[in-house]
Each structure stands twice: as structure tokens, then as C-alpha cells.
Write a protein that binds this ligand. Sequence first.
Ligand code: AMX
Length: 434
Amino acid sequence: MLSRLTELVPKEQERLKKIKKEYGKISLGDTTVDMCVGGMRGIKGMLWETSLLDADEGIRFRGLSIPECQKKLPAAIKGGEPLPEGLLWLLVTGEVPSKDQVAGLTKDLRARSKVPGFVFDVLNQFPKSAHPMTQLTAGIMALQTGSEFAKAYEQGIHKSKYWQPTYEDSLNLIAQLPEVAAFIYRRVYKGGKPIAANPNLDYAANYAHMLGFQDQKMHELMRLYITIHSDHEGGNVSAHTVHLVGSALSDPYLSVAAGMNGLAGPLHGLANQEVLRWIQGVVKEIGADVSTEKLKEFVWKTLKSGKVVPGYGHAVLRKTDPRYACQREFALKHLPNDPLFKMVSKIYEVVPPILLETGKVKNPWPNVDAHSGVLLQYFGLKEENYYTVLFGVSRTIGVLSQLIWDRALGLPIERPKSLTFGWIENYCKKKAKK
Ligand code: AMX
């Protein structure tokens, strides 16, 4: 992949120069006071090449929808789920890889996957009760001591070469993260005995193996899971944070650790944990074989107590998330009769009309997190506090693919303009008088 990237970098640098020269002064539309005080919704203010999100259709990775990725990216078994290594290749180069290229990348990642022993010593200092996301971020920070970018910067590397150590750090971190993540799982939930990597397995299957899952179907689920959670254009909290922190030339480890702290928020990646807890709350209070009426009451109770229904809604999407849809397909194929899957299907019928009835929710449909926990439960990964770590391992692939390009294109430090209430009031009063 590195040699292909080396050919692509100068071409894309020229492309950026041309865009700046020819279109630099063209307006992309105005911002409003609502956008300023409302979380910058819809502001077109960031370049993100690896994926693009359409409100109705959902995500496309380098132009490919999820079903297209499932068809075109190499799989471990015929007709099976895509290998995340193939997606990584696609995100970094913009090209669909051959089977051989993916096999080469799997080998490259395996060769980079050794985690220094002191990283585990650092993690062992944490109380087991520390949230797995806190431990994941700490593990990434411990790995940061091996940053090639930080070393090269200290040695005075020329800015035109920044992308090269960024590439090395990115592949190293992507390679090392499953072992760190699996160590956290085994430590917190399985009495501390880690499982050694299996060098014959692909990236996702090996991660599942190190967690303690040998079922082929679980390996397929992990391939799908890691593929679909990787990237969701640039504006979401984790991706934007990595881009922002990276724009200060903080190395990939520092940038990803920051992004993971954003992913650990309940309105973002932690929602997958919250969904499972919410479903368990339904089962506990009204039983697994719940009537529509009782479920409606439970949803209203959640809303009236000032909480969100986790797994529903989205800042950009306005239809059912295709990442939800493909997990539903997976469930229909592998666990059609699972009671919790049936519950998820029932929730899908009940929740959207209620969210619409509130009159304020812009997207009443399920997002990626509404489904993932139920699939993981089925295959035995029942510790919901761990779910966001799986999301984090996957998201690292997407955000680092873009970070390599941020450095290759020499994108500048991020610095949007902020305003005060006073500034907004004065400006709007003056405008009203005109
Ligand atoms: N349940 C209850 N209320 C919801 C809601 C939900 N699922 N989704 C949105 N709302 C509320 C908002 O809290 C907001 O209320 P307010 O005016 O009282 O503050 C109002 O509806 C308008 O919000 P919005 O414009 O529709 O959404 P947003 O862009 O502000 O927020 C999101 C998007 C995802 C944070 C929100 O839909 C939400 O909190 N969902 C539940 C948590 C969740 O599933 N997060 C995961 C998202 C995907 C991901 O990042 N992994």
C-alpha cells in the first residue's frame, strides 16, 4: 500500500492546489446564528476524503455504499463479509484492492502488531472497574512513546515528508490496537489471562480470537462490524477530534486518543452500550415478550424522565442508517429467532412514531448503535461496557486513513471563528435596522 500511496500523494497535492487556486473564493453558502449556537450543524467547513455521508442514503466509503463494499471488497469466505484490511486499503488509496493486496496488508499489519510489554504494565495499574474506554485511551497513550512522527519531528523532518511517519504510526497503531483492546477485555472480564494472537487469521478474526471467540460466525460479525464502524465522514465527534488535534501536528497516537475520548460520550459511541442497557431495562421491567402498548409506555417514560432513546436519531442522517440495515440482514441470516433480535425489531416499529410525536426529533430512525449489541450478545460478547472499545478499534481505521492525507496535503491547523453573545446581539440588531 505504501508504494501506491507514494504515487498518489503528489497527484492529490496538485489537485488541492488547483482547487484552492480555481475555486478558493467560491461561496459554499452562509452560516447562521442557529449554526453558531447549534453545534455547527451543516457547515461545510472541513475536507474529508475517505467517506461522505448523505442524509437519506447513508455512508459511502470512497464512493462505495455498504452493499457495494460487501460485493466488491475481498472476503475471507466466498460471499462473506468484507475484510477490514480491504476497507483500509480502499480508504487510504481510494482504490478497491485485489485479494493479493489485501493478503499483503494483513501480513504487514501482523508484522507491526507487537505491543511493548510496558503497555500492559500501564493497564494493569488501573482498577478493573475503570471503564474499558478509559483503559483503551490509556493504552494508546502508552503506545505513543513509540511514535515515529514525534521522533521525526524532533529530528527536524521537512514538512513535505510528514505523511510518511504519519503513515508508519497509523499502520502501527491500527495493527497494535486489537491486542491492547483484547488485553483489556480479558483483564476486566475473563480473569486476566490473555490469548495469544493467531498468525493465520485475518485482522478481525484474530481480534475476535484474542477476545476468546472462535465461532466462524462471530469472526464474520467482527469483519462486518469493523468495516461498517470505521468511518462516517469527518464531522462526527471522534473523527473531527482526531482531525482537529492532528492539525496541531500532534502525532497519530495523541490524535486518536483524543478522538477515543469523544467516542466514549453517550451521545456518540457509548450509545451502543446504552442501547443494550435500555433493552435490558425493558426486559427487566416488562419482560421479553413485551406488548406494543407496554413498550410504548416504556419509551414515553424514558423521554419524560429527560433521557434520550439510545440508538435512535442522528445529526446528519434522516433515514434508517444503512449500518443498522446491514446488521439486521446479518441477524436475519444468522439469528432470526433470537428473542433480543425480535425485541430490536419491535422497538423499530414502536420508537420512530413516538419520536416524531415529540415534534422536535429531526431523525426518528435507528442509527448504527441500535443493533450491534444484540448481535454481540448472541455470540457471547455480553459485557456491554466493552462495546465502545470495539467501535474504537474500528473507528481508528477510518480516522487514521484520513490523517495520513491531512499530512500529505499539508492541511493547516484548524481554527474556526467563535463569537460571543454580545457580538451576535450587536450584529443582529444592526442588521435589523438596515
Ligand atoms: N431520543 C430522545 N430525544 C432525542 C433523540 C432520541 N433518540 N434524538 C434527538 N432527540 C432530541 C434532542 O435531544 C433534542 O432535544 P432538545 O431540543 O430538548 O435538546 C431534539 O430532539 C433535537 O435533536 P436533533 O436535532 O434531532 O438531534 P441532534 O443532531 O441534536 O442529536 C443525536 C443527534 C444522535 C445526538 C441524538 O439523536 C441522540 O441523542 N440520539 C440518542 C443517542 C444515540 O443514539 N447516539 C448515537 C449516534 C450515532 C453515533 O454517533 N454512534
